[in-house]
Design a binder for this molecule. Structure first.
Ligand code: NAG
Ligand code: NAG
Ligand code: NAG
Ligand code: NAG
Length: 306
């Protein structure tokens, strides 16, 4: 027999060394190094992997996903444990159970929304070691094709662009030479029911000048840039301003002459009536009233005689 006490001691020391190297230096879990960006309304995978030694035992492993102190998902005693899960995450999370034995504790998160943003922590505890690591999750939504509204007035033209996305965008307006037009523009942000931003930005350009205007919207988290260019062509300035000044005056003149004519007609009618019925007696008044009623109601002749 080759078996000697010396060999037994050596093999014991070797296995002890192997075990200690695993429990100290080797148990390192991996999570994303850069912030993870998820698209609003879609699912995302929060990645977390851990080393598995030869003797991996799922039943004695604990996997917990948290956002700050909020429990996102937990797994122990060999199954999902969702009693302490935050209601916000109910029915939206799952682990890949078949991947756990390979050291993959990635979490699937469905229907993401802006409120899911934050610092996520993956904690792993197994027989060979334990560690936790955090990384930020950002939520973003591509800004939609901008809706353009053009309003013209005698003074000029207003361009208004409206779009929806997340997070807050950077909005700029440039002229044809690339200069910023910040003092002619107004940008407003509203939060909708889903938590997305509705941005509307308007620029007012005076009448009478030909110009090129450029609208730029950037969503930095997604590297998205929307750029729209507008060319405004104006008629000769003199004519348009003349038209705008004479317009209201002409309308006023027409109204005044109409009032005058109505007044004269009324006086003429009054005078003519007085000539025909110089002293209208009460009897005639009553007849007139009933005949008017007849005309109005269109009642037959018996109504007039009774
Ligand atoms: C999750 O799904 C279950 C079963 O479909 C349902 O009863 C429960 O109301 C859901 N919870 C939430 C918060 O949607
Ligand atoms: C973990 O499992 C998921 C689901 O199968 C997969 O998408 C992901 O790439 C895996 N991660 C690693 C590091 O293998
Ligand atoms: C806007 O800024 C430009 C250049 O900075 C300036 O020439 C112009 O007078 C400003 N217009 C108004 C309305 O303030
Ligand atoms: C603007 O451009 C149009 C056509 O190119 C031209 O007829 C007009 O005179 C220009 N107006 C001004 C104010 O430059």
């Amino acid at each position: 027999m080759n078996w000697t006490p010396r060999r037994a001691v050596l093999s014991f020391i070797f296995s002890l060394l192997e075990f200690c190297s695993l429990c100290n230096a080797e148990f390192v879990i991996r999570v994303p190094r850069a912030p993870l960006v998820a698209i609003h309304g879609h699912s995302t995978v929060l990645s977390c992997t851990f080393p598995v030694g030869g003797a991996f035992d799922l039943a004695s492993s604990i996997i917990t996903w948290q956002r700050h102190l909020e429990v996102v998902h937990s797994f122990y005693h060999g199954r999902d444990q969702l009693d302490l899960q935050s209601r916000r995450y109910a029915n939206r999370t799952s682990l890949y159970h078949s991947e756990l034995g390979r050291g993959n504790a990635s979490l699937w998160l469905d229907r993401t929304n802006p409120e899911d943003a934050g610092e996520y922590t993956c904690s792993i505890s197994t027989l060979i070691g334990s560690q936790k690591k955090s990384f930020p999750l950002k939520i973003a939504a591509f800004y939609t094709e901008p809706h353009l509204q053009v309003t013209t007035s005698p003074q000029g033209v207003e361009l208004k662009l409206t779009s929806r996305g997340y997070p807050t965008p950077k909005v700029r307006w440039l002229d044809g030479t690339g200069a910023e037009l910040s003092n002619k523009t107004q940008t407003a942000l509203l939060r909708d029911a889903q938590g997305l931003y509705e941005v509307s930005s308007s620029l007012t350009q005076e009448r009478g000048a030909n110009s090129t205007l450029i609208f730029i919207l950037q969503n930095r988290d997604l590297g998205q840039e929307i750029r729209r260019e507008f060319s405004l062509q104006s008629e000769a300035a003199g004519i348009s301003s003349h038209e705008s000044r004479s317009g209201p005056n002409a309308v006023l003149a027409v109204c005044l002459s109409a009032f005058l004519m109505l007044g004269i007609l009324g006086i003429m009618l009054f005078l003519w009536k007085r000539k025909c019925f110089p002293r209208p007696d009460p009897e005639a008044d009553r007849e007139e009233a009933s005949s008017e009623q007849k005309l109005v109601n269109g009642t037959p002749v018996h109504g007039w005689t009774s």
